[in-house]
Design a protein around this ligand. Sequence first.
Ligand SMILES: *Cc1c(COP(=O)(O)O)cnc(C)c1O
Length: 498
Amino acid sequence: MYISTRDNYERVSAAQAIKLGMVPAGGLFIPEEIPQVSKQDIFEMAGCTYQQTAARIFAMYLPDYTAEEIQYCIDNAYNADNFSAPAITPLKQIGDNTYILELWYGPTAAFKDVALQIMPYFLVKAKEKLGADKETVILVATSGDTGKAALEGFKNVPGIKIIVFYPYQGVSKVQELQMSTTDGDNTYVAAVRGNFDDCQTAVKNIFADQQFNQQLAELGYEFSSANSINWGRLLPQIVYYFSAYLQLVQKGKITLGEKINFVVPTGNFGNILAGWYAYKMGLPVARFICASNENKILTDFFRTGVYDKRREFKKTMSPSMDILISSNLERFLCEICGHDGAQVTEWMKQLNSQGYFDIGEKYKKLISDIMIGAFATEEETLATIKNVFDENGYTLDTHTAVGVSVYKRYAAESGDKTITVIDSTANPFKFNASVLKAVAGEEALKDKDEFAMLDELSRITGQPVHRALAGLDEKPVRHTLVCEKTELQQEIEKILGI
Ligand SMILES: *Cc1c(COP(=O)(O)O)cnc(C)c1O
């Protein structure tokens, strides 16, 4: 069963948690108990495919789904049409103790595909089980990558409409084109004059607006979320932490039971939290390193115990991490304080009213045993892309480069030799301008449009352009709406014809 982080809702089944997206009264669903895996389970999984591992883990978290239903979801999501790597999330070695977990073989070239290819199937099954008769309207706030991944996952799914809001001029050109050229007869995209936090807050407010929800229900609609506030988004991500570990065991790089580190380029705290759940289930992890860009609110939080959003929002070359309000931290805090919903409510209230909260020494200590935070500047990120390209012949995207940069400094300062897996959250072609600038210098960008840059990056790195981005210039732009951050509700009403 699933409970609210704010202790303000009844216990619900997995299907209900996925269908609702977030707790209607505010708050996020978390599992009441975290399922446990034994060393024997991990030993058995070492012989499994990605899909088989996924089936085992999903069964533990979705007790109200039958094995056949889970298998149906997996078969439709994790197949060769959708993922161009048989391992789904392959591991590449780039240094003695350092591995890159490539999470971007899905249809949109970002790690979010791993979750968003399967989540629509979880949701459709959830609706079937619950006998839901309303049309689901998925609202998405995106810093760039979730939007396209969600559009691809949900397009043409019967009984569902999807509306994506992204910050106007706050995403890369390739990200924007990926979204604006989406086909499908149930897809809608709007650029919002504001930043990601404005989009996310506006969408959360709409979810929490009981009156608007009631009005829509009468018209046969209900909202849900494809952001990582939905448990159905987080769950699939737990699998690749196991997969990374199992690949190291299979390659003989670690012995079963040996602890490893994970470095996670972080924005909304969803990806790293999925890793933490894997750890809590029994995966042997020594440490998580939460890597931020210059929007280093999480770095400061891990160091001081104070989460303080009263700061300037910076636009960086890793836009999917340009976030000051990391939604999933609420889940983590709830877990750390032993499901004390009143405490979580208080912290969230303080964040809202005074712009910060302080978790105090006791909880700070609990967290720092397993998780540390660090950040990389823009210069460090560029230099890391260049160094790794020159020294290892490996091309990093800007987000992954933040992770590698943070890890290199950590390893040098701490002397920690533990085998470390760095999550690679996007394919480098997705952030072609910055990556090209890093490997070939500013001049390489001159007089080139996005598509010339893709070709040039392909020429220099010797890698083919990711299939998600090839041919993007030939697709017609279908979505051109721009709106104010106060107008989301009106835009939704227009789209739904009310
Ligand atoms: C979404 C995203 C992130 C941040 O992930 P969270 O789960 O929000 O912490 C990092 N890198 C890329 C490329 C992303 O798309």
